[in-house]
Design a binder for this molecule. Structure first.
Ligand SMILES: Nc1nc2c(ncn2[C@@H]2O[C@H](COP(=O)(O)OP(=O)(O)OP(=O)(O)O)[C@@H](O)[C@H]2O)c(=O)[nH]1
Length: 454
């Protein structure tokens, strides 16, 4: 479930509440030059806007803050710093009356990298955030954008050395595969060379990302090729969020245990609403499988909306974040549609239509849509309930297995079809995993503040 509150702020608050805020909500600063695609990315991921509709978006004139919650335990805040607010070294910053101002920070004695823009103190923004997502329009001349990125990094290095930079080389949908790689290499080199000049060497920096070792003082920077017209933007944003979730390592370990104990190939934990994968096992992500998992979520949501029933009168007991009491009842004598709806299959009501041979267009590999028959006890709008699960068999002998973790999270596993013959083991292991995940999120809030802040 996404809660979005969009706030326009004209100045940055004092740092008084910084510690509390960073504990409560990891802070992502989303920035990049004008028209690079910042608003589009947020709209497509968090409000389900169709990518084609983003061309009608107006330019964002102010700093905006959007707060998101996936359930009650994964909260984060995205601050969008608009592109028309240019980033200046402090001595060049023009006031509204056209004069120049170079003195408003602790760091004014260094006149090279104190950044102030449009009335916003860039250093304060950088100090307060946990990650910078910087968008570069790959279809444009990006040299100015890279210079601006370098200035931001330069500033961030001083005020918040542990800050993570995630560079989205965006709008790559129009580029050939070779052009994508070449663009990424070029941008990477430009950043690397800039900081080689500053730091006097590049030897410790690998090609695709550098500073991945958190114990070194090197830059924590990653590059992602993204587009709102495919799943790449979801995957890249998932990586950003994963690094901000303090429980991520535990989740990864749990998923590793699951796949080894259940003879699976890969496991993803998805936020249902956004299709952000908040955790995966430690094997490299298979992009094609990731896309199929996203399609599986879409399929179930769509089918539930079509075949689900009105749940206004469902009595639902939840503990904190949607831990659902299995004894909820669907029986509603007043519901006129009851007789037509039949029993409930796969998190959706089975109607008179059979979809045992259902196939859907976005995933040509799908040959059948099998399911375990289970009772739904959750409002359709919430899509999944504590018993929901689904299996999609793919061509080539693989299958996808989906299981609800809570109202907001779904586990999707990739496995060989043969592994499904031991379904009882899978279900037992998945239930253990589910319990562990819920415990993890219940136990950690009191103890995780330091890891969130870092
Ligand atoms: N081809 C392509 N176009 C995109 C993509 N993402 C965004 N766009 C387009 O880029 C244009 C600018 O997008 P915005 O989201 O308004 O950019 P912005 O960075 O928020 O712009 P400002 O608010 O002015 O800073 C729109 O026409 C979008 O449709 C993408 O992945 N591919």
């Amino acid at each position: 479930m996404i809660e979005e509150t969009s706030t326009v702020v004209n100045d940055i608050d004092s740092d008084k509440n910084d510690n509390k805020t960073s504990y409560m909500r990891p802070n992502i600063l989303l920035t990049g030059l004008r028209r690079s695609g910042k608003t589009s990315i947020q709209r497509v991921i968090f409000t389900k806007m169709q990518p084609s509709q983003t061309q009608f978006l107006k330019s964002t004139p102010h700093l905006t803050i959007n707060q998101f919650s996936c359930g009650s335990f994964i909260n984060f805040q995205v601050q969008e710093l608009p592109g028309q607010l240019h980033v200046f070294p402090s001595l060049q910053f023009p006031n509204s009356d056209g004069t120049h101002n170079g003195s408003s920070s602790l760091y004014d004695d260094d006149n090279t990298t104190h950044l102030v823009s449009g009335g916003y103190d860039m250093e304060r923004l950088l100090k307060r955030c946990n990650a910078v997502v910087y968008i570069i329009d790959a279809q444009d001349d990006y040299s100015q954008s890279v210079s601006s990125l370098n200035m931001i990094i330069q500033s961030g290095k001083r005020v918040n050395p542990r800050l993570r930079y995630e560079v989205f080389i965006h709008k790559v949908d129009q580029l050939s595969e070779e052009a994508k790689i070449e663009t990424q290499r070029d941008i990477h080199n430009q950043v690397r060379e800039h900081f080689a000049d500053v730091n006097g060497g590049t030897d410790s920096w690998p090609l695709t990302s550098f500073g991945s070792n958190p114990n070194t003082q090197s830059l924590l920077i990653n590059f992602h090729l993204t587009s709102i017209f495919d799943h790449s933007i979801f995957e890249a944003f998932s990586k950003v969020i994963q690094k901000l979730i303090p429980q991520f390592n535990h989740l990864e370990d749990l998923l590793n245990y699951l796949i080894s104990a259940s003879n699976m190939e890969q496991a993803f934990l998805f936020d249902i609403q956004t299709k952000i994968s908040i955790a995966t096992d430690s094997s490299p992500t298979d992009m094609q499988m990731y896309e199929l998992c996203c399609d599986m979520i879409d399929l179930l949501i769509n089918m539930s909306e079509i075949y689900g029933r009105s749940n206004d009168n469902v009595v639902q007991t939840t503990e904190d974040d949607g831990i659902i009491n299995d004894e909820q009842s669907y029986d509603n004598p007043d519901d006129e549609d009851d007789e037509n709806e039949g029993h409930i299959v796969n998190g959706i009501h089975e109607s008179t239509n059979s979809y045992s041979n259902y196939s859907f267009s976005t995933t040509p590999m799908v040959t059948s849509f099998a399911s375990m028959t289970e009772t739904i006890t959750e409002p359709t709008s919430n899509v999944f309930d504590s018993m929901s699960s689904s299996v999609i068999k793919l061509t080539g002998g693989r299958a996808l297995y989906l299981k609800e973790i809570n109202r907001h999270l779904a586990l999707i596993c990739v496995l060989r079809e043969e592994a499904l013959t031991k379904q009882a083991i899978i279900e037992y292991n998945v239930n253990q995993l589910k319990k562990s995940i819920l415990e993890l999120f219940h136990l950690t809030p009191q103890t995780s503040s330091s890891s969130v802040a870092s």
